[in-house]
Write a protein that binds this ligand. Structure first.
Ligand SMILES: C/C(=C\C(=O)O)CCOP(=O)(O)O
Ligand SMILES: [Mn+2]
Length: 425
């Protein structure tokens, strides 16, 4: 499915908000997108088209995968990154080719008051070096007419490929993909084995992913806009400040510079922007880790479901539902969850009768099934997330796991009272 087909699907199913009045890319469009999580299409954002909140809810993701909302994890855990990838000669993305690059012509937005400037938020950076490829989303800050600073996070595969190229003092060829089939964009946020993002997307879609070759050799899927260029082996500039998933400002760091040599795009292209700290951003960060946690917990007990909660920025807090088999299972589930997602800070383990999507239910489990000295595990000096404002400067933090499951030997005292079915008047 193309990006446009997906937008048409949102339109025909009545879920798309359309803004036809002119809006500015500086603060105004992001403010409008922040009002709700509904997909919002701007027809005139400084003369261009742009969509935000494309995958702004679990309902949207579930619809894209063709499963119910509580079936997303199961679907993602079942899929293997072995779908078909086909190389083709041509692409609708080549409708317009610009060799005189001017990034200011694109609707790249400025979102928050202390932002370092406009940046690309939904660009899938595809890179190839030494026979390896990668596709992942990185922040791309405009630092010149044809230059972007890329936040390449260690140990993501783009970071590794850039490091390898830099060790040989060679530029890393890249292509930045904006507005591909949303399944491909989602696949680029996952933690599949190196170079398997497009195969994973093809398996998820149940249809081959077509790739075509850019002038610099990088192979890319059809998209609305593609920026072609290379990452310099040595040049680094300040990147940020920018708001990340926590809604607070991430640190300013020295990051590598990409020079864009060519832009290809559809006629009348639709730019994709992800609102920083918005639901789409949180989901893209968190949902790929949920199947990893699910599979890791499945190794130690019977796992039923996993969610990285929105209140925990879909990244720092998990709720794991298990069918407890033996006393102590929940403690093993806690350790498995931390091992599967090393940025996770707090995790709560609950039984099958707790609705993990309902925070009231999770709090009920903590309130009625936890005795802190027995059920809370505190683990100091563990690798945490660089995005946690409370993390230590050396990258470590203190983690907490809460076993909010029933004590098996006393199960009946934890049962929730039910009302019998009766005929209602
Ligand atoms: C943007 C980050 C990661 C990514 O691109 O996947 C920063 C958070 O990474 P941590 O590993 O949690 O520090
Ligand atoms: Mn990768």
């Amino acid at each position: 499915m193309s990006f446009r087909d997906f937008i048409d699907h949102l339109r025909t199913s009545g879920r798309l908000v359309e803004v036809t009045e002119p809006v500015s890319k500086v603060f105004e469009a992001p403010r409008l997108a922040k009002k709700s999580n509904a997909p919002i299409l701007f027809h005139d954002i400084d003369g261009q088209k742009a969509i935000m909140n494309l995958l702004g809810s679990r309902d949207e993701l579930a619809d894209m995968f063709g499963v119910p909302k509580d079936g997303i994890i199961q679907r993602l855990s079942d899929i293997r990154p072995d779908g078909e990838v086909k190389i083709v000669d041509t692409s609708p993305t080549m409708e317009v080719i610009e060799n005189d690059v001017d990034l200011s012509k694109l609707p790249l937005m400025t979102h928050f008051e202390k932002d370092g400037g406009p940046y690309i938020t939904a660009g899938v950076v595809v890179s190839e070096y030494g026979g390896m490829m990668n596709a992942s989303i990185h922040r791309l800050m405009v630092v010149g007419k044809d230059k972007l600073a890329a936040r390449l996070v260690p140990p993501r595969h783009s970071y590794v490929l850039h490091k390898k190229a830099a060790e040989n003092n060679e530029p890393l060829p890249v292509a930045i993909v904006l507005g591909a089939d949303p399944v491909i964009t989602f696949a680029s946020t996952t933690r599949v084995p190196a170079g398997k993002e497009f195969e994973y997307a093809a398996a998820l879609r149940g249809a081959p992913v077509e790739l075509f070759e850019c002038e610099n050799g990088v192979k890319v899927p059809h998209a609305e806009i593609i920026l072609e260029g290379y990452v310099d082996p040595t040049e680094r500039v300040d990147e940020g400040p920018f708001v990340d998933i926590t809604g607070t400002y991430d640190l300013v760091r020295k990051e590598p510079v990409i020079t864009i040599t060519k832009i290809m795009h559809r006629k009348d292209p639709i730019y994709h922007g992800i609102l920083p700290a918005g639901a789409e951003h949180l989901l893209m960060m968190g949902v790929p880790y949920e199947p990893k946690i699910y599979n890791a917990v499945a190794e130690v007990t019977t796992v039923k479901n996993v969610v990285l909660t929105e209140g925990g920025c879909c990244y720092l807090h998990a709720v794991v539902q298990i069918e407890k088999q033996t006393e102590g299972d929940a403690k093993n589930a806690i350790m498995a969850a931390f091992a599967a997602h090393t940025s996770l800070k707090h995790v709560v383990i609950v039984d099958e009768d707790i609705d993990i999507f309902n925070i009231m239910d999770v709090e009920f489990a903590i309130a009625t099934r936890v005795k802190a000295d027995l059920d809370v595990m505190i683990i100091p000096n563990v690798r945490g997330s660089s995005l946690d404002p409370r993390g230590s400067p050396d990258g470590t933090t203190t983690k907490m796991g809460i076993d909010a499951t029933k004590v098996l030997a006393e199960k009946e005292i934890f049962e929730r009272a039910k009302m019998p079915d009766v005929l209602l008047l």
